[in-house]
Design a binder for this molecule. Sequence first.
Ligand SMILES: *Cc1c(COP(=O)(O)O)cnc(C)c1O
Length: 453
Amino acid sequence: MSGFAAKTLSEWKQSHPLLLPLCATEALFWLNPLRKTGAEAMQGLPLGPEDVQDAAARLQRFAPLIAELFPETAEHSGIIESPLRRIEAYQHRLEGVYQTRLPGDLWLKCDNQLPISGSIKARGGIYEVLKYAEQVAVDAGLLQWDECYLKLASAPLRALFQQHQIVVGSTGNLGLSIGIMGAALGFQVTVHMSADARQWKKDLLRSKGVGVIEYAEDYSKAVEEGRKQAAEQKNSHFVDDENSADLFLGYSVAAERLKAQLDAAGVTVDAEHPLFVYLPCGVGGGPGGVAFGLKQQFGDHVHCFFAEPTHSPCMLLGMYTGLHDQICVQDLGIDNLTCADGLAVGRASGFVGRVMEPLLSGVYTVQDAELYRLLALLHQAEGIALEPSALAGVPGAVQQMNSASEYIQNNGLSGCAETITHLVWATGGSMVPADEWQRYYQQGTVLAEGQAE
Ligand SMILES: *Cc1c(COP(=O)(O)O)cnc(C)c1O
C-alpha cells in the first residue's frame, strides 16, 4: 500500500499535526519547509526559462489574430494582459477592519479584467488552444511558423479546425476560456462541467455552440470523464488541467509582463524591496505557472504563497503530506464545498505540486465568509468587483504585512516590513452577471457589518 492508504487517518494526524485544524476546516497558514533558495531552487525542474520564452514568443505570433478576432484586445495589439493597481484605500480599510497597522504597499493584479474570458484562465486556457491550433495547421501543411497568423482565421483553416475537437473538464472558468477561444477559431469544443459551475457560464458557452456536459460530482470527476471521452475520439485534444505543461507555461508568461508593469510604476524588486505574491489556488496550474514565471524573473526576491478555501485545501494537503495527487480532501472527510467555485478542487495537480516544492513559500486557507466580506469591502473602498475566489489572496497579505510574522522573521525580513510590495492576484470577476454579483455583495455587507459591531 502506498499513498494515503499506507497509514490510518489517526496515524496521519499524529505524524502531521496540522491535519487536525485542516480537518476541522479552520483557517491556517503552512510554511513550506522544502523551499530552497539561490540556484538550488531551480535545479532539476522539468521546465526552464527557455520554455517560458517559447510561450511568450508564441503569444506574440498570435497577437495580430487575437486583435482581429477580439476587437477589445486591439488597443493592446492582441496581447491579453491585465492592469496592475495600487489599492491604498483598501489597505487603509483593512487596517480598520483587522484593527492593526499594515506596513508595506498593497497592490492588485487585476486578472478579473483580462479580456476575452475575465479570469486568470485567459492566460493558460487560451494559450493551450492557440498552441493546438498552430500544431494542427502546421501538421496539415497549411501554416509555416514564420507566416502571418491572421491566416488562421481564413476559410480553409476554419474548415480544418471544424474537423477537430477540444475537450476539457472544468469548474467553470477554464471551460469559458477554452470554449470561447476554441469556438472563435472554429473548433468543436466540449466542456465537462463540475457541479460547482455556475449556470450563467454554461448558458454563455451553449450560446456559442459549445457542448456542455454537466456532472453532479466535483471537478475531479468532470476531468476524468473529459479525459476518457477525448481518448475515444480521433482528432481530439484534451486540455489536461491536472497535468498540462502548456497550460502552465501559458500562465507563466504573466511574470515578464508584471516585471514591465512594476518597472513602469517605479516599483523596485530587490533584497531590500522584496515582492510578496498571493495566488488563489484550485488544481494549481494557474498559480503554479505564474509563480514559476515569477521565480525565473525575480529569484529569491519574490515570495509566493497559495491561497485555498478551508473546504478545498488540496494543494496544502498534497504538499504538506508529500503525497501530492495521491491524497484528496475527501479522504479526510472534507466536503470540497465552497462559494469560491474557481477553487473547488479536492485533489491537486501532482505535476504542479512537485514543481512548486522548492519554490513555494507557503499555502494558507480562508473561510468562505471571509471571502464574501473582503469582496464587499474591496468594492466599497476601490469600486472593484471580484468573484469570491479572487479575494483569497487578501488574508495572506494581511498576515504577512506584519514584521512579527513567522515567515518574515525566519527569512530575516523584519527590517523590510515598510518596503515590501504585497501583490494580491485577483483571478476573476468581470464576467459575473450583475444580479449574481449583487448577491455576493449582499452576503458580504451583512458579514462586514456583523464584524464592525
Ligand atoms: C481557476 C481559478 C483559479 C485557480 O487556478 P488553478 O489553475 O485551478 O489552480 C483561481 N481563481 C479563479 C477565479 C479561477 O477561475
